[in-house]
Design a binder for this molecule. Structure first.
Ligand code: SF4
Ligand code: SF4
Length: 233
């Protein structure tokens, strides 16, 4: 049995996020709505727990093969991008965006729940400007970052050194191949997300080399400590 019910923590984090956005000061002026999609061409970071929750939901709905196929096609078209600028330059829509609408809207990851803007026109303009970042309403994004850090700590405590967010798409492509099997491996302490973590690090910290180096050091130190625990040294 897992030491902590991570999936339930994510469900609670989703509720907190949705409540926050509905009740925060200024929320009535938001331009965001289902079917608005200019922010859906970006890299999406998620915690491992979010990846498992979404994979499980897709499996329950019988949409896991469909989703994996779409993500595979997305990765094929994306190719070997080296940083966020190259990612944006591809202008590829998220694999879950169908006919300009999110096909997993009620189950979308925390990062997508925290993107909000008071100016849709600006979203449209900046989304078309490759490499530019849309100016979002900062507070929900900070809340998401905070929730992800807290989830990361919970994951660290329950499962070892995995607090760093990973690439949603790389993580999902793997896990959707065998949702229960990979969940078991994760619980057993296997580090499944090295590739997804590496992609997220490059995308999120591509313009902060010092911070990237610090995080890599922390991951290596945590991994070494975990190895020692597992080998009983
Ligand atoms: S952040 Fe911008 S593009 Fe995304 S839903 Fe809101 S208004 Fe639309
Ligand atoms: S998961 Fe949905 S909301 Fe998030 S980027 Fe993809 S299409 Fe947009």
């Amino acid at each position: 049995m897992p030491a902590i019910d991570l999936l339930d923590l994510v469900r609670q984090a989703e509720n907190v996020m949705d409540y926050y956005v509905q009740h925060a000061d200024g929320a009535e002026d938001l331009q965001c709505a289902r079917g608005c999609y200019y922010c859906c061409h970006q890299f999406v970071a998620a915690t491992a727990a979010e990846v498992f929750l979404l994979a499980g939901r897709l499996k329950t709905q019988g949409r896991h093969h469909w989703a994996r196929g779409r993500i595979r096609g997305f990765h094929h078209r994306m190719g070997d991008v080296r940083d966020r600028k190259e990612w944006h330059a591809k202008q590829l829509p998220c694999p879950f965006l169908i006919n300009h609408e999110c096909s997993i809207y009620s189950q979308r990851p925390l990062a997508c729940r925290g993107l909000f803007s008071f100016d849709r026109k600006r979203c449209e303009e900046t989304a078309a400007d490759t490499g530019a970042r849309v100016k979002y309403w900062r507070e929900p994004m900070d809340q998401v970052a905070d929730l992800q850090v807290r989830l990361g700590f919970a994951i660290d405590r329950g499962y070892g050194p995995r607090a760093v967010p990973i690439c949603l798409f790389t993580g999902l492509e793997l896990v959707l191949g065998d949702v229960e099997g990979y969940a078991q491996k994760f619980e057993d302490g296997e580090d499944l997300f090295a590739a997804a973590r590496e992609r997220a690090l490059i995308m999120v910290f591509d313009d902060e080399p010092d911070k990237l180096a610090q995080i890599r050091e922390r991951i290596d130190a945590n991994a070494a400590a975990q190895d020692q625990i597992q080998t009983g040294q």
